[in-house]
Design a binder for this molecule. Sequence first.
Ligand SMILES: Cc1cc2nc3c(=O)[nH]c(=O)nc-3n(C[C@H](O)[C@H](O)[C@H](O)COP(=O)(O)O)c2cc1C
Length: 196
Amino acid sequence: MRTQPNAAIRAIFSRRSVGKLNLPGPSEGELITILRAGAAAPDHKLTRPFWFVVFEGKAREEFGALLAEALMERMAARGLEPTPGQLEKERNRFMRAPLVIAVAAVRNGEISLPTQEIISAAAAAAQNMLLAATSLGYGSIWRTGDPAYDPKVKAALGIKESDFVVGFLYFGTSAEAMTPEPHDPDISSITSSWEA
Ligand SMILES: Cc1cc2nc3c(=O)[nH]c(=O)nc-3n(C[C@H](O)[C@H](O)[C@H](O)COP(=O)(O)O)c2cc1C
């Protein structure tokens, strides 16, 4: 890099997904900063197509019970039953980090935007949150999985079936031994300079 990277540039390149996140998670003040970073994302026509749901402490376990029920219903619809192991995994999904934030793209107000635009704005909000957490020294990971597309889960998050869960963001402290290398991306295969 030719110039000294500032904090934002450093956060962009050092953010890596961390699967196992321990205590401590972000403090209440840091959580507000992370949420505000999300809400500061760009959105077309200022419709604020964002919906954030915070899970901490016991709420993670309680939501896990709902995730297990949702899995049972999804499988029952296909004439199947989950194994005890699958149910346990579902119950413990949100226990993999001290803080989980569900980020959804929702339609607000009278202005009708292409679906692509509300999802793009909510994805930018999610990335802003990950970068804010990285800057604050926390590990994070963006996850989706089947629950992100489940109508029962969407209803429990307070969104419509036609809305979109763009991700479940997990935040916490990454064990030092598990901290992955910063990104060193190669842009040559994904970039071209347009010429007439
Ligand atoms: C929309 C989206 C969904 C993702 N879902 C999952 C997931 O369900 N499970 C998972 O382990 N990682 C998930 N990831 C994280 C990616 O696996 C990860 O970002 C990718 O491997 C690149 O690694 P990095 O985040 O360290 O740059 C998701 C990322 C995005 C953007």
